[in-house]
Design a protein around this ligand. Structure first.
Ligand code: ADE
Length: 247
């Protein structure tokens, strides 16, 4: 089984593959945001893709989510694991905690969010999305967090915003009232497209900040996200390596 891994902010270029080699591909949706890097983890075939590009040049709106998912499927990936930095909307989700997402709320506004731009005659494609994250993959991610003793949350609803700006305090409070646990700018789009493409998808999210609802501390900044992610990146890579070994 070949496994795709999409690296988010802070993991644009992780050094986790044995015998890495780069592969340029093109798709009907254009080029993916990075060359694919293929190699092995514990004998398993893995393909890495940097969501925002290896030098992080694609904004959340301009990430070519369709090309990224299509490219991974084209080269034979049968499942996708992804990583993402998230802001916490709950006091109990602390900085550096891992959250194994199980639901999303899509609050994006202007990006290509489906492979079905047109329906075939008499064949509308309305993809079920009730439980978008793969339960077997989620279970493997949770088991890996438990094995390493990392602070983690077995479930979590992510709200994905358009970005690149952060939320206002009113928006942050609204997302909390809606039941969202964490916030980011990419996962809902990527997950929905993976489901449409028939690829089991799961994400390990790292909480890097408290967004801006928590008034007893300064609102989130990009520098804070990068610092916390770097300090904790090894947790995410060790979880990924463990899970790939079990797939
Ligand atoms: N990614 C990490 N922290 C975030 C936040 N507070 N809002 C949106 N995306 C984020």
């Amino acid at each position: 089984m070949k496994i795709g891994i999409i690296g988010g902010s802070g993991l644009d270029d992780p050094n986790i593959l044995e015998n890495p080699s780069d592969l340029e591909v093109d798709t009907p949706y254009g080029a993916p945001n990075s060359t694919l890097r293929q190699g092995k983890i514990g004998g398993k075939d893995v393909v890495l893709l940097a969501r925002h590009g290896r030098s992080h040049t694609a904004t959340p709106t301009n990430v070519n989510y369709r090309a990224n998912i299509h490219a991974l499927r084209m080269v034979g990936c049968a499942a996708v694991l992804s990583t993402t930095a998230v802001g916490s909307l709950r006091a109990e989700i602390g900085r550096g905690d891992l959250v194994i997402l199980d639901q999303f709320i899509d609050f994006t506004r202007r990006r290509a969010l489906t492979f079905h731009d047109r329906f075939e005659p008499h064949n509308p494609a309305h993809t079920p999305m009730a439980d978008p994250f793969s339960e077997p993959l989620r279970e493997l991610l949770v088991a890996a967090c438990r094995k390493f003793g990392y602070r983690h949350h077995d479930k979590g609803t992510v709200v994905t915003i358009e970005g690149p700006r952060f939320s206002t305090r009113a928006e942050s409070n609204m997302f909390r009232a809606w039941g969202a646990d964490v916030i980011n700018m990419s996962v809902a789009t990527e997950c929905a497209l993976a489901v449409e493409a028939g690829l089991p998808y799961a994400a390990v999210a790292m909480s890097t900040d408290y967004d801006c609802w928590k008034t007893d501390e300064p609102p989130v900044s990009w520098d804070e996200i990068v610092t916390i992610f770097k300090e904790n990146a090894e947790k995410v890579t060790s979880v990924l390596i463990e899970v790939v070994g079990k797939m």
